[in-house]
Each structure stands twice: as structure tokens, then as C-alpha cells.
Ligand binder design. Structure first.
Ligand code: UVW
Length: 320
């Protein structure tokens, strides 16, 4: 496919804000530095009823696993179970205990997951200016490990763009801006505050389970935020540590103006150091927020500690 008229992201974003060096030459967690103890306590203060929501999608769902095209869905196999014991092949545990055991083969980013800051880039450098060569054979810098080691805990706000637009799910390639987020927040009666973990519901992942694959993946084009210089300024000014959505890649797949793919992966993640978490199951949480009018809460997430990993599965937990 020809990309002749599509600008390079390095050109498009040449004057865009950048946080490289802001937290020192060795930083690997970027805007998660904003999540200080004060932010954890601010999150805790928003807990009112003790309701708990887990936001990971099922891995190995019989209805299918939503996944970025080209990645493989998870495969889980039993390697031992009752059958082995009946056949006399089980482990001879002293005391006669028996067990079932399994293995899973999956793309770490093939489910609800955190992107490493070094996962996506343009040009020759990844987050904080590390050379892109540092990704060879495993991320030597800005892998998912430091994010996982730190943990992500803070005050989160959920913006329900689908509900705001009166839809079950946003359309293919449907875009919205930070101004739309602010309008939706106003309608929901919540304020997006500085250093909030920003969560956005589009209805997209929920729709996966009742959409045939031929339609869901056809000319793959997710709805989402779209690039403007003002949007980047807003994220920078708001010191957003983590952007989290119920889509596979957190932004409109192809920018409708420039034609470039995954512009915000570069502008927000690689340049500003904003952590991206993706494929969240937000429908139940959003329904509860709509019912009780509370759209902010304590958010906690511990991605798996994968050494040199480009991303890691996670099952975020929020408490209202
Ligand atoms: C890509 O890597 C293309 O997307 P994601 O951030 O969803 O992993």
C-alpha cells in the first residue's frame, strides 16, 4: 500500500511537546512519576461504597478474544489433569494429592494490557531519547518491567463517550477530542482533575463479543481520540499519567486528517511518557457509574513483571 501522501510522524510532530529528560536520563516510567503518594491518597478519598470492579477481559473467552490484527489470540492447554492420574501418569505426591496444571501461549499485548513506553516509536529514538536499537531482542530500556515494578495507583475518572453521544458503541473511525471529553465530563457532573488517570469508554470492546469477526476486523478502524496540537497541550498541562480505554489501541487507528497510523502512540507515549493501557472491559463499570452518578474512583493496576517486555497483561481493579 502506498503511503506517499502521509507525512512522517517525526515531521508531523516536530514541534510537539516532549518530556524527555524531565525525570532524568535513566527514566523508564514517564508520567507515572506524577502518581505520588498524594495521588494515591486522593484516589482513596474517592472511595465511598466499597464497590469493586475488575476491568480485565477474559483470556481464552469461548466467544473470542479481541486482538490487534496480526497478533495471535491466547491458547491455553492443560498439561496435567484427572485423566493423567487415571492413566497412572500423574505426579506421585506423598499423601495421594492430585492436581491440574496448564500452560498458556499468548501475546502479552493480546488482552487487557499495559504498553511499555518503548513499545512504539517513530524515527530513531524511543521514550526519553533512548536509541531504537535498544529494542533489539527485548527492550533494554523503557520496557514494561519498570511500570509493573512501580504499580499504577491513583485517582481515576471515567468518561463515557458512547453514552454522551447517545450510542451503544461509537462508529468505526469515529473521533473525539479533549473538548468532547470535557463536554462529556460536564454532562456526567464530574471534573477531570490534574494527574487523574483518564479512562474513556467507547463501547468498542463490548461490541466485539456480538460482532462477527469479518465485520469487526474488516479494514480495521477503531474509534478514538485524534491528534491535534491542542490535544497534546491539554494532556501535558493536565499531567495525565495514564490513558486507558476500551479499544485495542486507545486512539483512532488512522488519523482522518493526516492519514498516519497510531499518531498518539508517538505523541503521547513516546514523546510525553504517558502510559497507555488498552482493551479494558468498561461496560459494567460505566453502567454502575451512570446509575449512582459517581464517575471517579480509586484505580489500581499491577501489570505482570515481564523482563524486557514490550507490554504486559493486567486485570485492573477499581474501587468506588
Ligand atoms: C500496537 O502495537 C499496534 O498497538 P497496541 O498499543 O494496541 O499494542
Amino acid at each position: 500500500m502506498s503511503h506517499e501522501n502521509v507525512p512522517l510522524l517525526t515531521e508531523l510532530l516536530k514541534n510537539a511537546p516532549q518530556n524527555w529528560g524531565k525525570w532524568g536520563p535513566d527514566d523508564e516510567v514517564g508520567c507515572l512519576n506524577y502518581l505520588t503518594s498524594d495521588e494515591v491518597l486522593r484516589g482513596i478519598k474517592s472511595v465511598r461504597s466499597g464497590k469493586v470492579f475488575t476491568l480485565g477481559v477474559t483470556i481464552g473467552n469461548p466467544e473470542g478474544d479481541p486482538i490487534w490484527p496480526g497478533r495471535r489470540t491466547a491458547q491455553r492447554f492443560n498439561i496435567r489433569d484427572r485423566g493423567d492420574f487415571l492413566a497412572g501418569n500423574g505426579i506421585d505426591y506423598p499423601g495421594g494429592g492430585q492436581d491440574a496444571d496448564d500452560i498458556i501461549i499468548m501475546a502479552p499485548q493480546g488482552s487487557t494490557q499495559y504498553d511499555a513506553l518503548g513499545h512504539f516509536w517513530a524515527g530513531d529514538q524511543i521514550w526519553n531519547g533512548y536509541p531504537a536499537e535498544f529494542t533489539a531482542g527485548g527492550l533494554k530500556k523503557a520496557s514494561v518491567f519498570p511500570l509493573a515494578d512501580k504499580g499504577i495507583v491513583g485517582h481515576a475518572v471515567l468518561i463515557d463517550m458512547a453514552r454522551f453521544r447517545g450510542k451503544e458503541v461509537l462508529g468505526r473511525g469515529e473521533t473525539f477530542s479533549h473538548k468532547d471529553l470535557l463536554a462529556a465530563a460536564e454532562k456526567q457532573g464530574v471534573t477531570i482533575q490534574k494527574r487523574d488517570i483518564l479512562m474513556i469508554r467507547t463501547g468498542w470492546i463490548g461490541s466485539y463479543y456480538n460482532t462477527p469477526d469479518e465485520i469487526f476486523y474488516k479494514d480495521f478502524l477503531e474509534p478514538g481520540l485524534t491528534y491535534t496540537p491542542e490535544l497534546l497541550e491539554w494532556f501535558q498541562e493536565m499531567e495525565i499519567p495514564n490513558l486507558s480505554t476500551d479499544t485495542i489501541a486507545n486512539e483512532v487507528t488512522i488519523d482522518p486528517v493526516s492519514g498516519a497510523a497510531l499518531t498518539l502512540h508517538v505523541a503521547l507515549m513516546r514523546n510525553l511518557g504517558i502510559t497507555l493501557s488498552e482493551i479494558l472491559a468498561l461496560d459494567k463499570l460505566a453502567a454502575d457509574c451512570a446509575a449512582d452518578g459517581q464517575w471517579d474512583f480509586l484505580y489500581t493496576a499491577g501489570p505482570l513483571k515481564i523482563w524486557n517486555g514490550t507490554g504486559a497483561p493486567v486485570n485492573p481493579v477499581v474501587i468506588k
